[in-house]
Design a protein around this ligand. Sequence first.
Ligand code: MG
Length: 159
Amino acid sequence: MLRVGLGRDVHRLVRGRRLILGGVCVDEDRGCVAHSDGDCLAHALMDALLGAAALPNVGVLFPNTDEANRGRNSLEMMEEVVQIVLGSGLRVANVDAVIQLETPILQPFMEPMRKNLSRALSLDGGRIGLKATTAEGLGPVGAGEAVEVCGICLLEARG
Ligand code: MG
């Protein structure tokens, strides 16, 4: 049995916050407005995992009305999501994501991100696709006002 899942997340960027993606701080000065740590990459991938398992999304599992989730490390939430997926008789086969961000260039951060995701997902780094692209100056991402991530995953039945 194979199950595919899709996730998408967008966060507004403001000065005076750190931008965390895949558990890595990629910008000290301009980051996400969010209740948790605002890790847009982790959020999109969690929604992909939950979608593939036909489970409620990340906003339902970890509501922004819950004080326990304030500033929370999203990779910790991802570990919980993986446990929920495993509990549904499924396991992660691979994930892939596209990060859209105007600046900074994310290439130097890709390997640390992959390492963090590998740990949180209990998944070999060779099964984690990560790409980054700009919006070529178009729209809110292009204006540097937002970060957007699309994630996809494949789940398979546990052997
Ligand atoms: Mg989010």
